[in-house]
Design a protein around this ligand. Structure first.
Ligand code: RB5
Length: 148
């Protein structure tokens, strides 16, 4: 499984830790930056990663900024993206099982590296429960996108 990882200047250190961790779990991780701690604009990185997920160049995406919110907002503007910000493992599992999330976002200023590893593992280990009410609700989200 291929995973894109992207971040702004706030997420450089956590990105390195999560990339190594996911590679250790056997995932192929594509880092699209930034690798610099100089101030940059998180929407550029969120959009680029989201487009790779939406076009199925990769299977899933991991995003990091200071809070996780800004970069997730940018990613969620790309059609077909369902990205959730997670600071604990239960939400990370449920956004896969119920929302079929294809991206997860972290706040590097909110969660430490060990917790972030547990969170990303919960996300990656979980599977969409499929069908029924969950699919119906995802279809409703897609319908909102198509109305814009
Ligand atoms: C950058 O200082 C910070 O605003 C950004 O990383 C993020 O937290 C925005 O949501």
């Amino acid at each position: 499984m291929k995973i894109v990882i992207a971040n702004d200047h706030a997420g450089v250190e956590l990105k390195k830790e999560l990339k190594d961790y996911m590679e250790g779990l056997g995932y192929e991780v594509i880092n699209i930056g930034t690798d610099s701690t100089e101030s940059c604009h998180y929407p550029e990185f969120g959009k680029k990663a989201a487009e790779m997920v939406a076009s199925h160049v990769v299977d899933l995406g991991v995003l990091i900024c200071g809070t996780g919110v800004g970069i997730s907002l940018a990613a969620n503007k790309v059609k077909g993206i369902r990205c959730g910000v997670c600071s604990e493992t239960t939400t990370a599992r449920l956004i896969r099982q119920h929302n079929n999330a294809n991206m997860i976002a972290f706040g590097a200023r909110i969660v430490g590296p060990e917790l972030a590893k547990d969170i990303v593992k919960s996300f990656l280990d979980a599977e969409f429960e499929g069908g029924g009410r969950h699919q119906q609700r995802i279809d409703m989200i897609s319908a909102i996108e198509n109305e814009q």
